[in-house]
Design a protein. Structure first.
Length: 667
């Protein structure tokens, strides 16, 4: 196993095993976290910085999108779907179909294809973002093949608290947000509004013009996002809480044209002229925790989530006419509803046992303008059990098991020639078992060791099973779940009250992987349970407070992905190596300076071998406190104006700057 184990380079640090003051770990616990929205696999309230990004961290480096905030963590890679202008991440090589996204424990991923455009999810109203890698709580629900991502909202702790910002990005982008909360003892209210608008982004001056892009401002790269969130809660007792929440996201975006030189890419000769005038999401939810007595409690989540999406395909880059054969207007009108009940008991000595039941129904409705609406309906049920068994003061065992079943209730086909809708043949229900176990040992006050094994599954999405992929594919309603067995050994050491080192070695074995198999019949592909694969790697992170006003963070990820079934087909979008370093310096109390650098090795963009080169970025940020309740933030990203891409043919932003005025109610 050829893995560049950077841990060996850090062994001198590990030897320095003294306790690190918890407050030094960059707000490991954030006071405004909505704890009812957390899904934590252990009863430890303090989270390590290997798997959580706090609002403080996101604000300090101006991470306005969830994807870019997550990229700050080891094991996470920023990815993109260039042809759809979507921002995504991969978790140890698993994409967002295999690592579902939740908001306060409620699923928010798109029902049709399981993906979600994380650029539409801004960070302005979040308290933290949690990532579970491989070993994720069975209480999340189904489809957590490679882990789970949970966006955690805020909860006020004072009678009146507020914060917000007004900002400019380059000369044609603007942002504004405000969060207001009040906690009156047994009642609290939290609300937020944000607005983000950019006409376009500026390309690197090193970009060489092509037939579809002349450089300068990237054509058709505009975006606009608004978000309203509201939550009201009641805490009748110290251990019981009830909350109702509402989130409304309104978005629109352009879709820059492919500008690469890969002649095998069909977009080279037939570019897409796409725009998304509507990318809207609306969520209602109720979360509660009711303590029956000191040893028994119930937790519930009930939700309704609506997704409306409108895609316009035009004739050319004027984006004014729709007369050609490839021009269309595609409309999605989806919704999901469901809930879960979780019973928690500590009646058995040394055990913290949780039993959960989940139900979720996904409804996908689609049509092109002028065509009838087609309906697809799936429902999914999960029954799970998870236990925290405290064997001793130092040794904890955490087993979990769940049974998942998905049934398709409705799936309609449409014949564009006859203009007739018909039902697909009925498909059998698909079921799967998930099981995992973790063993955690607290060697002493300063060192912690863990080992986990988890066997997880993912059901095929509606798109996997039924999409014709614009006439190039054959549906396969009987796809089975894909499976992964994930192994991990992790270690944490605190030293000198100034240093924390964390590392994890991981390995995943995939079977029945759902892959697109070419030429099942001449010229047409099909999604099949075809593949076996192995992922293996290491991640590590060091936080070191060199002086009281000077600290450094370094994280590193190395990942190998091997296609066992067909090594000639490459896994895409994830580099083998990612390294990130951040230096924070506070010369005076009112001023903080941050330098950040990131390296990504080259990555494949297509399964047949097209790739983008490695890149290194350098960014600088500064924050100066002005008066008691204001600060002025500014920064420059991509200082050296690097021309780089996450996907071949879709260059990223060149040098750019921002200026932000922040206001807040307290220090």
């Amino acid at each position: 196993m050829k893995i560049k184990i950077i841990a060996f380079l850090l062994l001198p640090f590990i030897a320095m095993s003294q306790q690190k003051n918890q407050s030094q770990v960059d707000s490991v616990k954030t006071s405004n976290v909505f704890e009812l929205g957390e899904v934590i696999i252990t009863n430890h309230k303090n989270k390590d910085t290997l798997n959580r990004v706090t609002s403080k961290k996101m604000e300090s480096q101006n991470k306005m999108e969830v994807s870019k905030a997550l990229n700050m963590l080891p094991g996470i890679t920023l990815t993109a779907s260039g042809p759809r202008n979507e921002s995504m991440v991969a978790v140890r090589g698993f994409d967002l179909r295999q690592v579902p996204v939740y908001m306060d424990g409620i699923p928010v991923y798109v029902p049709y294809d399981g993906y979600v455009d994380l650029a539409r999810f801004t960070t302005f109203d979040l308290a933290a973002v949690d990532v579970s890698k491989g070993f994720s709580s069975v209480l999340y629900g189904p489809n957590s093949l490679g882990g789970a991502i949970n966006l955690i909202s805020r909860k006020p702790s004072e009678k009146l608290e507020y914060d917000g910002s007004l900002g400019m990005i380059n000369t044609n982008g603007y942002k504004a947000n405000i969060n207001i909360g009040t906690n009156l003892g047994k009642f609290y209210v939290q609300g937020g509004y944000s607005y983000f608008d950019r006409d376009s982004f500026r390309m690197s001056s090193n970009f060489v013009s092509t037939k579809n892009e002349d450089g300068g401002q990237r054509d058709n790269s505009y975006r606009k996002d608004q978000k309203i969130s509201f939550k009201i809660g009641w805490t009748p007792t110290e251990k019981s809480e009830y909350a109702i929440g509402y989130i409304n996201q309104i978005g629109e975006k352009g879709n820059p044209v492919y500008t690469g030189n890969d002649t095998q890419n069909p977009l080279y000769s037939k570019p897409r002229y796409w725009q998304w005038p509507e990318w809207n999401k609306e969520s209602y939810y109720f979360i509660s925790n009711s303590n029956i007595d000191d040893k028994n409690s119930f937790k519930t989540r009930i939700y309704f989530d609506r997704f409306k999406n409108n895609l316009e395909s035009y004739d050319d880059n004027t984006y004014s006419t729709q007369t050609k054969a490839y021009a269309f207007e595609s409309i999605y009108d989806d919704y999901t509803y469901g809930g879960n009940v979780e019973y928690n008991t500590k009646l058995i000595p040394k055990n913290d046992l949780k039993i959960a039941f989940h139900f979720k129904e996904d409804v996908h409705r689609e049509n092109n303008f002028g065509e009838p609406v087609r309906h697809f309906v799936d429902n999914t049920i999960l029954v799970g059990i998870e236990d925290i068994y405290k064997i001793s003061q130092k040794l904890t065992l955490i087993p979990g098991v769940s049974y998942n079943i998905r049934k398709n209730k409705e799936a309609q086909d449409y014949n564009a020639t006859t203009k007739v809708i018909s039902d697909y043949p009925a498909a059998d229900a698909s079921d799967a078992y998930n099981a995992q176990i973790g063993l955690f040992y607290q060697l002493n006050d300063h060192n912690k060791l863990g080992a986990t094994v988890s066997e997880k599954t993912r059901f095929a999405t509606i798109k996997d099973r039924y999409s014709y992929r614009m006439g190039t594919a054959i549906p396969n309603p009987d796809l089975k779940p894909e499976k992964a067995t994930n192994y991990e050994i992790n270690y944490t050491v605190n030293a000198f009250q100034r240093l924390t080192f964390q590392t994890a070695i991981f390995y995943s074995s995939l079977s029945d992987a759902i892959l697109n198999v070419s030429n099942v019949v001449p010229g047409k592909s099909q999604m099949q349970n075809f593949g076996k694969a192995e992922y293996r790697g290491i991640e590590a992170q060091v936080n070191y407070e060199i002086l009281n006003n000077l600290s450094v963070n370094f994280n590193y990820t190395y990942l190998e992905r091997k296609n066992i079934t067909d090594p000639s087909i490459h896994f895409t979008d994830v580099p083998n190596t990612k390294a990130m370093g951040t230096l924070e310096y506070q010369p005076i109390k009112l001023l903080k300076l941050i330098a950040n650098s990131e390296f990504n090795s080259s990555r494949f963009s297509t399964s047949y071998g097209a790739r983008v080169p490695d890149y290194t970025l350098l960014n600088l940020y500064g924050s100066a406190k002005a008066f008691k309740n204001f600060s002025l933030d500014a920064g420059i990203n991509n200082i050296f104006d690097k021309n780089y891409s996450l996907v071949e043919g879709y260059p990223e932003e060149g040098r750019n700057f921002f200026v932000t005025l922040r206001f807040f109610s307290s220090n």
